[in-house]
Design a protein around this ligand. Structure first.
Ligand SMILES: [Zn+2]
Length: 284
């Protein structure tokens, strides 16, 4: 599943490729995405110029100016490609030659280039928004992003009051903090040396501070390395995002802890059905 760093990488790629380009036409091969594509999707976007590309949490925003937007969520397996005669270009993982054409659900034609939306599992979706009110409302239920200044000690202390939820599920709750998925929640808690099972109400200020700090550094580092997403991207990405080689705890079951003074072993368990990796010695 694309996490925030992947979506950021795609957003940056889109800025380089389709910003300031005009949509000439759109072909819809399959309207049945997570939410059915609206009937006039093709007509409504024709001749629109992409004024800017933005990202909010895991949403990519095509900004056409005058409060007219199209939001794209990549769901579980959505990718964007710009095919050329020589190769197929995946915007987050370059030179991917193996894009199965049958999953090309939406093709947006700009002058000179085409943007292809491919999504085998069809959990992604497009949403057209035509005014500021609807746009602002769309994001009201999402908490501040882990990279935002609002995600600070004061905010966290306020959110954890009287809560018994474990810290891992707390970090995965997009209403509290947006943009942290399962892989990065594992990594952040490992670096903070905090057990994912700990109840948030019992965490000290020092521990919360560590979580904030490592949330930022982990996501920033992942963006820097081009993002990654193990399950859905690894097998199809020629030049793949290479952050997965940098994981300290995720998918390292039964391996030694990488911290120099720790002799612990990484154990795998499940929290709310999601794989959880933890050093049996240094995460307390
Ligand atoms: Zn350890």
């Amino acid at each position: 599943m694309p996490e925030l760093p992947e979506v950021e990488v795609v957003t940056r790629s889109l800025k380089k490729t389709v910003k300031n380009r005009k949509i000439i036409k759109i072909i819809v091969n399959n309207r049945n995405l997570r939410f059915k594509l609206q009937k006039n999707f093709k007509q409504i976007l024709k001749n629109k110029i992409v004024k800017d590309i933005k990202r909010k949490s895991k949403y990519i925003i095509f900004d056409f100016g005058n409060h007219f937007y199209t939001i794209l969520h990549l769901g579980m397996s959505g990718t964007l490609h710009i095919p050329s005669k020589k190769k197929v270009t995946n915007l987050s993982f370059y030179n991917n030659p193996n894009m199965p054409k049958k999953h090309n659900h939406v093709i947006i034609f700009f002058d000179k280039i085409n943007l292809v939306y491919n999504d085998p599992r069809r959990f992604g979706y497009f949403k057209v928004i035509k005014n500021k009110h609807d746009f602002d409302n769309y994001f009201t239920r999402i908490g501040p992003e882990a990279l935002d200044k609002e995600f600070n000690l004061k905010y966290l202390k306020n959110k954890i009051k009287y809560r018994k939820k474990n810290i891992k599920n707390f970090l995965l709750d997009q209403k509290i903090v947006s943009g942290i998925g399962n892989i990065y929640a594992n990594e952040i808690l490992y670096k903070s040396q905090i057990s994912p099972m700990r109840s948030v109400g019992k965490l000290s200020s020092t521990e919360l501070y560590k979580i904030i700090k490592f949330s930022r550094t982990t996501l920033k580092e992942a963006i820097k390395f081009g993002g990654s997403s193990i399950k859905d991207f690894k097998s199809v990405s020629g030049g793949g995002g290479n952050f997965q080689t940098k994981f300290n705890v995720y998918n390292r079951e039964n391996q030694r802890c990488t911290k120099s003074k720790c002799k612990g072993i990484i154990k795998k368990s499940y929290i709310s059905n999601r794989s959880t990796f933890i050093c049996n010695l240094c995460q307390i």
